[in-house]
Design a protein. Structure first.
Length: 648
């Protein structure tokens, strides 16, 4: 099969698998035109949207976490697709009482400061319903959301928020920053206000509004078994909660923007479109600064964590009072006075998303540049977790678990490096963790025969070689030969600004980041609509994924499928021998190849080998699959064939 070199965003690819992308594009377009949406539930409960929802949540790590009914995604995976669709529709519409979600399981998650964060885990069927709703609401909301919001939105990330922060400080010289902290935001969202905000976005489907109300009012089952009926808040852990949180604070974004960034004064001056999709309003801003008393303030928000950037301390003080009052009166939210502060970044560091950021002059009378570190709180937390993991793999000396725990440690290192490499001092910050961990490893791996921490081990992969090959601190554990990644060996990376032209709900916006399916889509949709008898939804979904992954071609012969009837989904390990419908156990083959894989008689095998004109490379694939079925492999000797159980 040809190597897949396509740019691919998983969520967009899933939309294409289930032929829902055009539907979402149309919702986005209408929302941009300020249309109203009185009938969304029919789309939400459509077969393809439900099957897509299953697809999107099945790979989510949280999908195996049970709710109060002790069920998870594996229970749904065994059901037939039509059963899943009918069950979702019955739960939402079938009961005479209407939709009533089951109690949400409360779980306390430890925070680095010693306190806990309450997490709400809905039952799996309720999560599936929330995913169905989220898929349809998101394009409508995305059309109305602010470009200064970066959290829990498609194609936006922490890196984009930090890039915007650097630009505010370094390019715009907005050195006075207000660090806002909303007191218990997710626990204090006003339900009535939220419903009004959803209605204001154009979502006018009363049945959907009712379902969202029921989700918000779902009882919470505490660890001691008691039930609490919430009157406000959105439980963290629900699939719909991040979208609802952005809806609540979207009003704040637009209000702050109206004060300066998108002030009506700027409309009176020429504006130039830029390559990244933004509009240059520089002439208008210059006029505001020279001829008005308007305060200059800009917002950068990531979920409920937001920062306001101002030119001077007086503007910052006035803005803090105004925003605090606005949050209280409009959204009924209080700020934490202890954690909310004004920072002059020329003297002190501001804190944002795990980074400590300030500005300094490189030379006397030169411009201010950003100087950023990993925040002390984050550095301490990550250091403790890595140190505990080091102690863990050191305790398994000589055991098979040792190498596995080293791999876990390395994955933690990669995660930390990838997140914090946009801090200008990332290497020096992480060197403190490196020194501590090396000391622990050196002491704990010391034996009477010498230290097991050595400089040589297995050959590095190409990716490892590129990233750590030149490091003098790379070490291996003798016996496992596994490398231990040096955490401090990371280079600063300039954070990339978000390209405003990127949009998952327009063809032009998708083209920047995502290539269309390079396969016969008509054939794939026929495969999707093909009746599969009593097979599970897991089997149904994985067939579609395999068709795309194999580029619409047979796994063995690499020939393109010409008819949906020619496509057979083969279980590598037979179901009667314990094989599952998981992706890794399935492969798509031509119907005649499928017969060859299961054939036992030599004359039958010979017939299909000649019919398919099987080559030696293809025969090796056939034999690998037959071996997994515990069938004899096919051996070609000159012009004859024989069967052998001597597997190669």
């Amino acid at each position: 099969m040809p190597k897949d070199t396509r740019h691919c965003i998983d969520s967009l690819r899933h939309n294409e698998y289930y032929d829902m992308q055009d539907v979402y594009d149309e919702l986005y377009k209408k929302s941009k035109e300020n249309s109203e949406f009185p009938k969304l539930m029919d789309i939400i409960l459509s077969e393809n949207n439900i099957l897509l929802a299953y697809r999107n949540i099945k790979t989510n790590g949280g999908s195996i976490t049970p709710g109060t009914d002790n069920r998870n995604i594996k229970d749904i995976a065994k059901m037939q697709p039509n059963e899943v669709v009918e069950m979702v529709r019955y739960i939402v519409r079938g009961s005479k009482h209407g939709y009533r979600p089951k109690p949400v399981r409360r779980k306390e998650i430890p925070k680095p400061n010693g306190t806990t964060r309450p997490l709400g885990i809905p039952c799996i069927w309720d999560r599936l319903i929330q995913q169905c709703i989220e898929q349809v609401m998101e394009p409508i909301c995305e059309a109305k959301f602010s470009n200064n919001s970066f959290g829990f939105r498609p194609n936006r990330s922490v890196e984009h928020a930090i890039s915007r922060t650097y630009r505010m400080l370094q390019m715009s010289n907005l050195h006075y920053v207000i660090e806002f902290d909303i007191k218990g935001f997710f626990d204090n969202v006003d339900h009535s206000k939220l419903i009004k905000q959803i209605w204001a976005l154009g979502i006018r489907d009363k049945e959907l509004i009712y379902v969202i109300r029921q989700i918000l009012k779902a009882p919470i089952k505490m660890p001691d078994g008691t039930l609490i009926k919430p009157s406000k808040g959105t439980p963290q852990g629900g699939i719909l909660s991040p979208l609802l949180a952005n809806i609540v604070l979207n009003e704040l974004d637009h209000w702050v923007e109206s004060q300066f960034q998108y002030s009506k004064v700027t409309d009176n001056y020429s504006q130039r479109p830029q390559k990244n999709g933004t509009v240059d309003r520089g002439h208008g801003y210059r006029a505001i600064r020279e001829s008005t008393n308007l305060k200059e303030l800009w917002i950068v928000r990531y979920a409920d964590d937001f920062r306001i950037f101002c030119k001077n301390e007086q503007d910052a003080l006035k803005s803090k009072i105004a925003i605090e009052k606005w949050l209280k009166e409009r959204l009924k939210l209080d700020i934490s006075q202890e954690k909310t502060r004004i920072v002059n970044t020329r003297k002190k560091s501001m804190e944002f998303l795990g980074f400590s950021i300030k500005v300094h002059r490189k030379k006397k009378n030169s411009k201010y540049v950003v100087d950023s570190h990993i925040s002390q709180k984050a550095l301490k937390d990550k250091g403790e977790k890595l140190a505990n993991q080091v102690k863990k793999f050191c305790s398994y000396q000589g055991s098979d678990k040792e190498a596995k725990e080293v791999v876990v440690y390395n994955s933690m290192v990669l995660g930390i490096q990838n997140y914090y490499r946009i801090a200008t001092n990332v290497a020096s910050d992480l060197s403190r963790i490196q020194n501590r961990n090396h000391r622990i490893m050196y002491n704990r791996l010391n034996t009477q025969r010498g230290n097991r921490l050595v400089k040589q081990g297995r050959p590095l992969t190409d990716i490892e070689k590129k990233r750590y090959g030149k490091s003098k601190s790379l070490r291996y554990i003798k016996g496992t030969r596994e490398p231990i990644y040096p955490i401090y060996y990371v280079q600063f990376k300039n954070p990339i600004a978000f390209n405003q032209r990127i949009c998952p709900y327009t063809k032009e916006g998708r083209a920047i980041i995502h290539d269309k399916l390079g396969i016969n889509c008509t054939m794939m949709y026929q495969l999707m609509n093909q009746k599969i008898g009593s097979s599970s939804i897991e089997y149904y979904d994985n067939r579609i994924s395999l068709y795309s992954a194999q580029w619409g071609k047979c796994y063995v012969t690499n020939k393109e499928f010409l008819s949906v009837d020619d496509i057979h989904c083969h279980h590598k390990k037979a179901k009667h021998r314990g094989g599952t419908d998981e992706y890794s156990n399935l492969v798509l083959v031509d119907k005649d190849v499928h017969k060859l894989l299961h054939a036992n008689k030599l004359e039958t095998i010979e017939y299909y080998i000649n019919l398919l004109n099987i080559k030696s490379t293809e025969l090796r694939k056939v034999n690998r699959l037959r071996q997994l079925l515990e069938l004899p492999i096919i051996v070609k000797e000159r012009k004859s064939l024989k069967l052998s159980y001597k597997y190669e």
